[in-house]
Write a protein that binds this ligand. Sequence first.
Ligand SMILES: [Zn+2]
Length: 367
Amino acid sequence: MVPLATIRKIEGICAKFIWHGGIHAISWEQLCRPRKEGGVGLRSLVSVREAAGIKLAWRFLQGGSLWSAWMSSRYLRGRNFWVCDIDNNFSVSFKHILRNRPVLRKAIRRKMREGGETDLWLDPWIAGQSLLEILGPQSDGVEYRGLTCRRIIRGGVWRPEEYRFTAQLGGEIRQVQITPDVLSDVWVWAPPGYTEGAGEFRFSSCYDLVRSHFDKIEEYDFIWGKGLARKMQLSAYKLVLDRLLTRDRLLRFGVPVPDPTCVLCEAENESIGHLFFQCQVAWSIWAEQSRRYLGGVGRERDFREILQWIGDGRGRGQSWARRARLRLAASVWHVWRERNRRIYEGLSTPLVGILHNIESDVLVIFP
Ligand SMILES: [Zn+2]
């Protein structure tokens, strides 16, 4: 198991590589979210490490290997896996396995054959809970200790009435699947929200279980929808997150900027709001796209409002919406590129040249 500090160091190196050692415009944690949740779908190594720990605990629980048999006889010595206290004498990896029990149990379900391998009192076999947990530690459970679930299964059917369970608990017990098609009682991999794989362990669902979850972003289609060139995706992504390094932002980061003026219009200071699309030059690039190919120009001069305008125009059909998003993303990318060329290379392209470049970009994608 790689130490957490090492993992964080590696992630730091990856982040530095992505940002070429410069300002980290988007945090590593944010990049590691799925695209639908505002990231670029990288995998967080911290979460991968956690998922690997769950996988190890799952393998131990499954048994059937020399390794698990050895660990079990050396450390558990007949004690129940779910309630065994962590002992200082345990190996690092066995301690790790036991620490992963709370997350592991969220991802598994008990499939019963005859109940003979399932501890009636201690195993979490009723919707992820054990009888001990359901009835509470104040109930001494003396009638259930040391018994297996075989006690309340007859002829492949639950018989909870053999004990004085409440009607509700009896109902919950009857919900637990009894399947004659397994060789013995088994744990199956069944994390919430996943149906594929029929009980087999899947790393992707395990990763999903341990990672942090965030709200869906509205602009997903605009950034990642079908048919955007990668360069356009990246500028669209940064724009949506409001992380393009415009001159006003650089100044806020304390980067010396000799002149805060917009290099496109040379009339106002540069900011995200100005470039997309208050700026007269940038605006004419987008307006030209919209007039020629989208059947008119809206009054909106703000990037988000334009996205809204495209969203409202869905009545014009999927194809129109797709074309509109592509034209918008192409305008964003070419405005940003022209701005960078003027600042860093001292080169400038006249408006007709920029429009021509957009045309050749778009025709490749949407002939
Ligand atoms: Zn401007």
